[in-house]
Design a protein around this ligand. Structure first.
Ligand code: GZL
Length: 363
């Protein structure tokens, strides 16, 4: 897998430079729906050593004193993990597994909850984790807004929060300690680079937008459009519609798309599940692999296999393996040391040149 370091640009002055990279071993991958249904056997991507993350340049830091919490021994603490979406999506399966694996490896007691893609349930899930005695929280938010009740409840109990994956609109080192995520704007830019290469930089393309109400959709869209404008002005985005990050909706929207826009040359799917839905729609319409160029984001096993099979041109990874990084951040913080408020997890990419050889690293 090609690994590239991309950074979110942060205007804030760096307080101190922190020890940066965290090198982890990707030791597991998720069973996707197809796998679970007895499709491809999902081998374990053993031993894929990879540099996974660094503090974003310019990131401020946070300490227990600044946050208003107490030093605790992580080993004797209870960590509550709130997952946002139902685990039909391999991204969510791999993300949750990564958290569970790291808690087990560290011997930390873990409580988990899954909001089944319902934001009101995620709010009550987190309240429930607090009532069950969570001393620390790791939250993978479904939405960026609406977190005030949870933030107030956690602050009242002096329970620090680390957010992973999507951003919540709140104050770092006050409402949450650190935000650990991919650089989604860069993912969009890299998807555009792959789309420009696949289409020759000319013609009509469509965007299958992610779900509304979170920064991932906004930033992946911004990165893609900015890059197209910068490098391939003759590539025109003529269609944008949400597929809600879901395979079935991605298929339905693509079925409409190829009826309304028969000249469409490329489809940018803002996650693999929608990209795989698009492949199903093209197959149903009698298209052949490569007739319409598909570029997606996540790095799931079935999407990378789609590159091998010729249906998908490229996949930008969105690394879901937050477990080691989230617990490292909690461990450092609860010992009273400084942690970065903004931590960027590194993402790889798959093309026809490495999809077959790197399939084992997909999740
Ligand atoms: C990205 C994550 C996105 C995945 C989708 O970090 O929030 O949500 O790309 C998932 O697969 O629905």
């Amino acid at each position: 897998m090609q690994r590239t370091t991309h950074r979110r640009s942060l205007a804030r002055p760096v307080a101190v430079s922190l020890a940066a990279a965290v090198v982890l071993t990707a030791t597991s991958c998720a069973k996707s729906e197809d796998d679970a249904a007895g499709g491809n056997s999902s081998a374990t991507a053993a031993g894929a050593e990879q540099k996974v993350a660094s503090p974003a340049p310019g990131s401020k830091t946070c300490t227990v004193e600044a946050y208003g919490a107490e030093k605790i021994d992580l080993k004797s603490a209870t960590v509550g993990f709130s997952q946002s979406e139902k685990e039909a999506n391999p991204f969510r399966i791999a993300e949750t597994q990564s958290i569970k694996d790291e808690a087990k490896k560290r011997g930390v007691k873990l409580l988990t909850a899954n909001a089944q893609s319902q934001f009101s349930k995620q709010i009550s899930d987190v309240q429930d984790l607090l009532s069950k005695g969570a001393d620390l929280l790791v939250i993978a938010p479904l939405n960026s807004d609406g977190w005030d009740p949870v933030l107030q409840a956690a602050a009242a109990k002096k329970v620090p929060i680390v957010t992973i994956d999507r951003k919540i609109n709140a104050t770092a080192c006050k409402d949450y300690v650190s935000f650990i995520a991919s650089d989604f704007v860069e993912q969009g830019k890299r998807a555009a680079d792959q789309m420009i290469e696949a289409t020759g930089g000319k013609g009509e393309v469509a965007i299958l937008l992610g779900a509304a109400g979170n920064n991932v959709t906004t930033e992946r869209t911004k990165g893609f459009k900015d890059r197209i404008a910068e490098k391939a002005p003759e590539l025109k985005v003529v269609f944008e519609q949400t597929g809600d990050f879901a395979r079935e909706k991605g298929q339905q929207v693509t079925e409409q798309l190829i009826q309304s826009n028969p000249n469409i040359k490329g489809i940018y799917a803002e996650n693999d599940e929608m990209g795989l839905g698009a492949v199903a729609a093209l197959k149903g319409a009698g298209k052949k692999p490569g007739d319409i160029k598909i570029v997606t984001v996540d790095g799931t096993r079935n999407a990378v296999q789609g590159i091998v099979d010729g249906w998908i041109s490229g996949v930008i990874e969105s690394n879901p393996r937050f477990g080691p990084l989230a617990f490292q951040t909690l461990d450092t913080f609860t010992q009273g040391e400084e942690v970065a408020q903004d931590i960027v997890i590194e993402d790889g990419a798959y093309t026809k040149d490495n999809a077959k050889s790197d399939l084992g690293k997909a999740y």
